[in-house]
Design a protein around this ligand. Structure first.
Ligand code: ADE
Ligand code: ZN
Length: 319
């Protein structure tokens, strides 16, 4: 039997499917700037990370109540379970909601409700990672961390995402120091559109335990050697990389080269509603277009469990 999967890099707001956008808009009486589903779907054509982020943030306006967040998370967990995921570490962007007037306790009440029952309901253990929007002011990230720490909520870790170039990890040293000293696990997006040096900064300055994306490490031989030596997990998102033009086609994706170099790579969906599929869709397309073998799939699955923040008992159950 094949090893089950852990998904370690997905943004819950990026699992907001077009149908749910329309349903929540109706429920919350939000006027959408789209004629219909087809009109909305016609906009899922991206030229880079920013062109995607513009739509990602625009569509979030339909998320208003704890119930909306619980429904969103349950929809993801059900779909992930159907695709073979048994453990999920879920990013959410507190600032994207508080900045438009949705209080963090409402966001967390909904997400925590779904996450708290995910193992019983879907057979998927899950955790939440609050991700800092790196292109917003640093004091806002500080305030977000303060609120997460103040609220008695099950947040496992702190991440760093949104527009990368021009917003180096070095800006967030204090935020990450404080997160770590308060017991949060830490990860950061680096080396998606940004240079290999951002991966180094994330490791040396933020002292993160995993790098999200990290594909641009391949431009720096010494960095690859270090990532191999230290077995730093890289949460790679192949369909995302194609849709955001980080790579031209899936057939040219460096995933196999990364595996062959000895990097601890995992496969993830990033924003499955926007990039053409969930983690099982990523694997199916890698098999079809990159010729991913069963043995490589098995290695990637084992890597995902190994690189997860699941308890030792849960890891033993899944491996
Ligand atoms: N937020 C959601 N998806 C993201 C990605 N691929 N890179 C950076 N920030 C994101
Ligand atoms: Zn991401």
């Amino acid at each position: 039997m094949s090893t089950p999967l852990a998904e370690l890099h997905m943004h819950i707001e990026g699992s907001l499917e077009p149908e749910l956008i329309f349903e929540l808009a109706q429920r919350n009486k939000v006027d959408l700037p789209y004629r219909d589903l087809d009109d909305l779907r016609s906009r899922y054509e991206f030229t880079d990370l920013q062109s995607f982020l513009d739509l990602y943030f625009a569509n979030m306006t339909v998320l208003r109540t704890a119930q909306d967040f619980a429904d969103l998370a349950r929809a993801y967990l059900a779909r992930a379970a159907a695709g073979g995921v048994r453990h999920a570490e879920i990013f959410f962007n507190p600032q994207a909601h508080t900045a438009r007037g949705v209080p963090l306790p409402a966001v967390l009440e909904g997400l925590a409700d779904a996450v708290g029952s995910s193992e019983a309901e879907f057979g998927v253990s899950s955790d939440l990672i609050a991700a800092v929007l790196r292109d917003r002011p640093v004091p806002e990230a500080e305030a977000m961390l303060d609120e997460v720490l103040r609220l008695d909520v099950p947040v496992l870790g702190l991440g760093l995402d949104s527009a990368e170039v021009g917003y180096p990890p070095s800006l967030f040293v204090d935020v990450f120091d404080r997160a770590r000293s308060n017991g949060l696990r830490t990860v950061a997006h680096a080396g998606e559109e940004g240079p290999p040096d951002y991966i180094r900064q994330a490791l040396d300055l933020l002292r993160v335990e995993r790098i999200d994306h990290g594909v641009r490490c391949l431009e720096d031989e010494a960095l690859v050697a270090r990532l191999v030596e230290e077995q730093v997990p890289l949460t790679v998102c192949p369909l995302s990389n194609v849709r955001l033009r980080v790579v031209d086609t899936l057939a040219e994706h460096p995933l196999r080269r990364m595996l062959e170099a000895g990097l601890l790579v995992t496969v993830n969906s990033d924003d499955p509603a926007y990039f053409g599929g969930y983690v099982d869709d990523n694997f199916a397309r890698l098999q079809a277009e990159l010729g991913l073998t069963d043995a490589e799939r098995e290695t990637l699955a084992r890597n995902s469990i190994r690189a997860s923040f699941a308890s030792a008992e849960r890891k033993a159950e899944l491996l």
